[in-house]
Ligand binder design. Structure first.
Ligand SMILES: Cc1ncc(COP(=O)(O)O)c(C=O)c1O
Length: 404
């Protein structure tokens, strides 16, 4: 028995999405003027319309990217550089003020830190509350009349804690401050609503919702000035040059359309399954569920635990050996060691374990994971061998790049 409980890292692609991907692989160059090129261009524009309908924006707001990381970088660097250009023209060369949170994904955190290290940004980083949520008032207190950008994630990739981006966005809109929301992790189960959130920029990624890896969307609303990161042929209104990856963008739109259509049903199903998982380990000694207590404030897809007195690497090995794919804490950015900036920001130092569910998750997988955890955790804590759980031993995980 295997249990894939690492959907927050990536999800299996849906068969219908793969069909669309294959249909458009290969495709002509969508910028070419001949008939095959026009067909490819029509497929890209149809994908743009479908993505816009799924995300509640206009097609002109959609920029296809290589995924969530690029979508975040494009919005953040693009808005900061455009603000710097405008202010320089008025004789002001000071770094621009940006507000963000300590729980952002590395795609946001490192992009903003890089800008700050270069002296382009004066960065205000808001700490979360102990439950991992960021308080709207804590964010808004840092906003100044010269703030160029605020970036707050819709929900956290490790804990699943959901932020009140609608309250933050409403205030920022009134003050005319651009607002970016990393929605990569919440798009599967949360009603991402650009209008209700008053968001000007948003990042999503196809591989978190049954789409292929290597494609995503940056929503960049018209009226928000953005400098391009990639210069070239001027595709995507000059904001993101490069030959369109026709198959990937068509598949991305298919994944988004299906994810949004099936979201309410998936949310209800995953809420039941994640409750079942949490209840199955609730009485285990030294195992605490982290994150907000109110279910409305945490993603239905995430069960995040903190384990006392259990080594994270040993836990990962034991779970792997038992066929349970989970994440014993988002690896630190370099992948060279363990550590979670999110846990640290929440003031927690136990071993984290993220079990994340998705569109393929079944009750059998949940029951298998519960049985494995109930057996492995006490053994790991007592130092007893865990590889005799009737399962194959596995090699230690190699250091990997990136944190999902
Ligand atoms: C919240 C969040 N933002 C951004 C990303 C990066 O997305 P991608 O893997 O498509 O680059 C991830 C991926 O784990 C994420 O969880």
């Amino acid at each position: 028995m295997r249990a894939d409980l690492d959907h927050a890292a990536t999800t299996p692609p849906r068969p219908e999405v793969l069909e669309v991907l294959v249909r458009w692989l290969p495709a002509a160059n969508a910028s070419a003027r001949h008939l095959p090129g026009q067909d490819a261009r029509a497929a890209v524009e149809e994908a743009r319309e479908r993505a816009a309908a799924a995300l509640g924006c206009t097609p002109a707001d959609v920029v296809f990217t290589s995924g969530g990381t690029e979508a975040d970088n494009l919005a953040l660097k693009g808005v900061v550089w455009a603000a710097r250009t405008a202010r320089r023209a008025a004789g002001d060369d000071a770094p621009v003020h940006v507000v963000t949170t300590a729980v952002e994904h590395a795609a946001v955190r490192e992009a903003l830190r890089w800008l700050a290290d270069r002296g382009e940004v004066e960065l205000d980083v808001v700490a979360p509350r102990p439950d991992g949520r960021v308080d709207a008032a804590d964010v808004l207190d840092r906003v100044r009349s010269d703030t160029a950008l605020v970036s707050v994630m819709g929900a956290n990739n490790e804990t699943g804690a959901v932020n009140d981006v609608a309250t933050i966005g409403a205030d920022l809109r009134a003050r005319g401050v651009p607002f970016h929301v990393d929605s990569v992790q919440c798009i599967a189960t949360l009603d991402v609503d650009l209008d209700a959130w008053h968001a000007d920029a948003l990042a999503v990624s196809a591989h978190k919702i049954g789409g292929p890896q290597g494609v995503g969307v940056a929503v960049l609303r018209r009226g928000v000035d953005v400098e391009p990161l990639a210069h070239g042929g001027g595709q995507d209104r000059g904001v993101r040059s490069g030959t369109f990856a026709v198959g990937l963008v068509a598949a991305c739109a298919e994944a988004l359309t299906r994810a949004v259509a099936e979201r309410a049903a998936l949310r209800a199903r995953l809420r039941d399954l994640s409750d079942r998982l949490a209840a199955g380990v609730a009485d285990l000694d030294g195992v605490h569920r982290t994150g907000p207590g109110d279910p409305a404030h945490r993603l239905a897809s995430h069960v995040h635990l903190e384990l006392d007195g259990v080594d994270g690497d040993a836990l990962q090995l034991a779970l792997d050996a038992a066929g349970v794919a989970a994440s014993s804490g988002s690896a630190c950015s370099s992948g060279a060691g363990r550590g979670s900036a999110v846990m640290a920001a929440m003031g927690r130092d136990g071993t984290p374990l993220r079990l994340s569910l998705g569109w393929t998750t079944t009750a059998d997988e949940i029951d298998h994971a519960v049985a494995v955890l109930r057996e492995a955790v006490p053994r790991l804590r007592s130092g007893a061998p865990v590889l005799d759980l009737g399962l194959r031993p596995v090699a230690a995980p190699a250091a990997r790049d990136g944190a999902a």
